[in-house]
Design a binder for this molecule. Structure first.
Ligand code: NAP
Length: 285
């Protein structure tokens, strides 16, 4: 097990520092999550991104416990389920998260979606419960995911603690620039989910040409592009060679021209792969 890694950290607005590269476990079946996470820890990843809705927090917790690493050597993020609206159910769900992770704290806890159109749901109410978790130390940092500028402005106007991060869809086909730029100018770090668009950008000729020229893989080129834009990323893979490949981002650089060419692939709203946060209402049950 590697004790130290070469992954840089990004400073957050609460004076903490998050490893810029982590391992995402969305869509990894619960029964496979411990094995996948264990491999990621062996390779050197020290940041795992899970969520209540992924139903695999237990596997993440098992892998962390089974590793030879101290708990504080690993950054763990989880996210509040879209099904939880009332303060008491949020508190109970958070306790379950800690229990499944086998830890008395998470490094970062996020509101998963703002759900502005969900009946009975209010993200300000939910944020105030996350502020409790931050105050009692069980969530060392708190943040949001899929928040648009208007949602962030409402939090700024009505709440005490500013989100440390906003985790949003970003990849070369969908820059999500307005939201990213708002975060940058307001001290909210940007985490880019689906950083390779679940593989959807890897055959783009602009990307494959750069990859061939510098003798790296298309995934490494795209992930390195995120790194140089100072986004926090956590690509997901259950394929051991890819888990290793996605970790090899810190011994090469893209030129300004390469960076610009990849940024130029943005398709605007058409490039979005996930739901639009202004419309998404979460599960119906
Ligand atoms: N907050 C949110 O609403 C939200 C939404 C989506 C995702 N996320 C987070 O972001 C993380 C990453 O996003 P994601 O899982 O949607 O997508 P992603 O990381 O962009 O892509 C994952 C997909 O790409 C494949 N892949 C990974 N590395 C590859 C490589 N080097 N070459 C070719 N293919 C490769 C994987 O296949 P194999 O696994 O088969 O190797 C998998 O199908 C998630 O795991 C989750 O933690 C958050």
């Amino acid at each position: 097990m590697t004790e130290t890694t070469h992954v840089p950290t990004i400073s957050l607005n609460d004076d903490r520092a998050i490893p810029q590269l982590g391992f995402g476990v969305f869509q990894i079946p619960p029964e496979d999550t411990a094995e996948a996470t264990s491999l990621a820890l062996e390779v050197g990843y020290r940041h795992i991104d899970t969520a209540e809705m992924y139903e695999n927090e237990q596997g993440v917790g098992d892998a962390v416990r089974d590793s030879s690493l101290e708990r504080d050597a690993i950054w763990i993020t989880s996210k509040l389920s879209n099904r939880k609206n009332e303060p008491d159910e949020i508190r109970a769900a958070f306790e379950e998260t800690l229990q499944k992770l086998g830890s008395d704290y998470v490094d970062l806890f996020l509101i998963h979606w703002p759900l502005p159109t969900r009946p009975g749901s209010d993200f300000v109410t939910r944020w105030k419960v996350l502020e409790e978790f931050k105050a009692d130390g069980r969530a060392r940092s708190i943040g949001v995911s899929n928040f648009e500028v208007a949602h962030l402005e409402r939090l700024a106007a009505e709440c005490d603690v500013a989100p440390a991060v906003n985790q949003i869809e970003i990849h070369p086909y969908f820059l999500n620039e307005e939201v990213r730029a708002y975060g940058e100018s307001h001290g909210i770090a940007t985490e880019a989910w689906s950083p390779i668009a679940q593989g959807g950008v890897l055959e783009d000729p602009t990307i494959t040409r750069i990859a061939e020229r510098i003798e790296r893989t298309p995934a490494q080129v795209v992930l390195r592009w995120h790194v140089q834009r100072r986004s926090i990323i956590f690509p997901k893979s259950v394929t051991p060679d890819r888990v290793r490949e996605n970790f090899g981002l810190f011994d090469f650089e893209l030129t300004d021209a390469d960076m610009e060419a990849i940024t130029g692939l943005d398709k605007g709203e058409e490039g979005r792969t996930g739901p639009n946060p202004n419309e998404f209402a979460g599960p119906s049950d």
